[in-house]
Design a protein around this ligand. Structure first.
Ligand SMILES: C[C@H](O)[C@H](O)[C@@H](O)[C@@H](O)C(=O)O
Ligand SMILES: [Mg+2]
Length: 395
């Protein structure tokens, strides 16, 4: 049997404007229009999330070149600081190693950075390296990543859409629409009323059966979240997402107890590793966990997180991360649908989620994507040569 190729070089690049840091958009985009956040308590940071720096990092692109010249890559959120961590810290555990040592490399990347990492930027960087390694292995084996994960359990993916216009998402064939919550506790009773009015108005547009969800992006405190969930029940809100700080496991456990019967509590897009998700699951924080595969520890960690959830009957609906989540969701029974983020400025048409960075990035058609659309080696996408990459550090 042939010996596996070895890793020749790891390279980290940054690029601005959309891409994996999908909050990095131009003006007038729904994704930066008075969306409630933990910073909404400060009026000067209420209208725009970019005003407090939601897009300060930018996209990280990780390339891994094998000894035979094959190059795997992946993209995530992290920008220059993540590039520094990849080049100056993580690369040493890959270069010279066989490309197949995915588990060992993950273990060394995680435990060598544990003293300053564990969640956030460091695990974003680690996730980008891990995803690039899965892409490289798929290319060397001439297999799509989902085949390496055990193969499809269904013929197609179905999607709900995240964006300001669930009514348009319904017409585009999506199974539901997740709306950003626009008003936080600092806007008092008037903001609370406006939130409900938006939901009531959207329910009137979409009818009784189309899923409607609120994405609260960590903006609420427990009492407000409980009151909002209870008031929203009248309009059949399907789930209330990321209502509280990711660290408030106790608050989530209480919210789940107090939420109306039948309403789901979801969270996890800013959680990381099997240990973080074990906390969410064992403390009874939510019905659905939503890890982002580009932020939670990569594909190698998502496999472990998903098994924990499956053992407890919890669903795993990864936060929107384009092909990196599609290749996973299609392979798991407890991931029955996927998220698609509407990246068109008015949320009125389907454009690739990481637009314009990836060529051949598949998108849902009529809210669905056939497994066969993923049948290209690795994650099946290419970097757009029109997007200038910059390598800020070397090693
Ligand atoms: C729409 C939300 O405010 C975020 O922008 C979104 O990225 C994330 O929370 C999601 O669940 O898609
Ligand atoms: Mg969310």
């Amino acid at each position: 049997m042939n010996k596996p190729a070895t890793i020749k070089q790891v390279r980290a690049f940054v690029v601005r404007g959309g891409g994996a840091d999908y909050h990095d958009q131009g003006g007038g985009h729904w994704i930066d229009d008075h969306i409630a956040t933990p910073m909404s308590r400060y009026p000067q940071y209420r209208q725009s999330r970019q005003s407090f720096g939601i897009n300060v990092l930018g996209t990280l692109v990780v390339e891994i070149e094998a000894s035979d010249g094959t190059v795997g890559f992946a993209v995530t959120t992290g920008g220059e600081p993540a590039a520094y961590i990849v080049e100056k810290h993580l690369a040493r555990f890959l270069e010279g190693a066989p490309v197949t040592e995915i588990e060992k490399i993950w273990d060394q990347m995680y435990f060598s950075t544990q003293y300053y990492g564990r969640k956030g930027l460091v695990v974003n960087a680690l996730s980008g390296v891990d995803l690039a390694l899965w892409d490289l292995n798929g290319k060397l084996r001439n297999e799509p990543v989902y085949h390496m994960l055990g193969g499809a359990v269904r013929d197609e993916l179905q999607f709900y859409a995240t964006g300001a216009r669930p009514d348009l998402a319904q017409k585009l064939g999506f199974i539901g629409g997740k709306m950003p919550l626009h008003h936080g506790p600092a806007e008092g009773a008037e903001g609370f009323r406006k939130n409900l009015e938006e939901l009531a108005s959207m329910r009137a547009k979409v009818g009784p059966d189309f899923w409607l969800m609120f994405d609260c992006w960590m903006s609420l405190e427990l009492n407000y979240a409980i009151r909002l969930a209870q008031a929203a029940h009248e309009y059949d809100l399907k789930w209330i997402e990321e209502a509280l700080s990711p660290d408030d496991y106790w608050g989530y456990a209480e919210l789940k107890k107090q939420a109306p019967r039948g309403m789901l509590v979801t969270t996890g897009e800013h959680e990381a590793t099997r240990w973080g998700f074990r906390m969410l699951l064992e403390m009874g924080c939510c019905d659905i966990i939503q890890p982002d595969v580009g932020w939670c520890g990569g594909m190698t960690e998502l496999i472990k997180i998903s098994a924990l959830a499956d053992a407890r009957g919890a669903l795993v609906i990864p936060h929107g991360s384009s092909v990196y989540s599609y290749h996973f969701v299609i392979t798991r029974h407890n991931s029955p649908f996927a998220e698609f983020l509407m990246m068109a400025p008015k949320a009125d048409r389907v454009v690739p989620m990481f637009n314009p960075l990836l060529l051949e990035e598949p998108v849902p058609v009529n809210g669905r994507l056939k497994a066969s659309e993923l049948d290209r080696p690795g994650f099946g996408v290419r970097l757009n040569p029109d997007c200038p990459l910059h390598r800020p550090y070397t090693h």
